[in-house]
Design a protein around this ligand. Sequence first.
Ligand code: SAM
Length: 288
Amino acid sequence: MQNLSDISVVKDLLNRHGFKFSKALGQNFLINPTVCPRMADACGADENTGVIEVGPGFGVLTAELAKKAKKVVSVELDERLLPVLDETLAEFDNVEVINSDVLKVDLHKLIEEKFGGMKVAVCANLPYYITSPVIMHLLESKLPVENITVMVQKEAAQRLCAPVGSRDAGAVTVAVDYYADAEKIFDVSAGSFMPAPKVDSSVIRLNVRKQPPIELNDEKLFFRMVKAVFAQRRKTAANSISSGMSLSKETVYKAIEAAGYNENVRAESFTLNELATLANEIYNVTRQ
Ligand code: SAM
C-alpha cells in the first residue's frame, strides 16, 4: 500500500497525474500520519460499521477507514481525483467512490442501498468553504447515523462545540446542539496538511441524538427565530425577532411576557430550553 502521508509519495502522485490543488474546493490534504488513524477510531469504524466520507482527496483517510470499517462510501466532487483514487485505493474491495457534490446526494437512499443493517458513521476532513452547509445538511436530513466526526477549522470547531448561550455560540451552535452532542476530540496543526492552510484545525465529533433535547411546537419556526436572534445579536429579542421574522413588536412582546422574560431581554445568551420556551410562545401567540 502506498504511504499517502509520505510527501515524496504525494509529490509523485501529483506529478504523474498532473494534479494541481484547487483552493476553491478546499483541497488541503492530510500528510500527518497520526491524524487519520485517530479520526477512524474516533468515528467508531469497526467490522460492523459503514462509513460515509466526504471528499476523499487522494484517499489518505479513506484507506484508514477501509482498514477498520466494513464498508466505506466516499463522495468526491472533483472528478480529476477519480483516477488517483483508483490507484491509491486499488487494494480495498470495501470502498466505493461516488463522483458528486455531497450537498446533492440523497444520503438516506445511499445509506439504505449501501449499508443495509450496518451502524453508520460519517467521517471527513471537510472542505473549509462549506463546513457549516455540509454539517447542517447532514444533521437536518436526520440521517440514521451514530456520529459525524469531522475535521474543521479550529475557530469553526470552537463555535460548533460552544455551549448554547456562551459568547462563542451562534445560530449554527444552537442547531448542532438540537441534533447532536458536540465534542472536540483533538487539535491538528496547519503543518499537517499539504498545502498548509493559514489556520489550525480540530477534529470534532457530533454524537447524533436519538431524540431532540427540547420539545418544540414548530421546528421550522424555532429555527427561523434562532436565525433572527443571532442575525442581530446585540439587539433586544423583541427587536431582532420582530424584524427577522416579520412579526409586529406587539406580538413578540406578548410572547416574551407569556414566556416569563423581561421585555428588554436579549436572547443571544439564552439556553436551548429558554429559546424553546420563547419559540413555543411565539407559536401560541401567532395562532391566537
Ligand atoms: N480527505 C482528504 C484528506 O484528508 O487529505 C481530502 C480533504 S480536502 C480538505 C476536502 C476534499 O473535499 C477535497 O478532495 C475536495 O475536492 C472535496 N470536496 C470539495 N467540495 C466537495 C463537495 N461539495 N462534495 C464532495 N466533495 C467535495
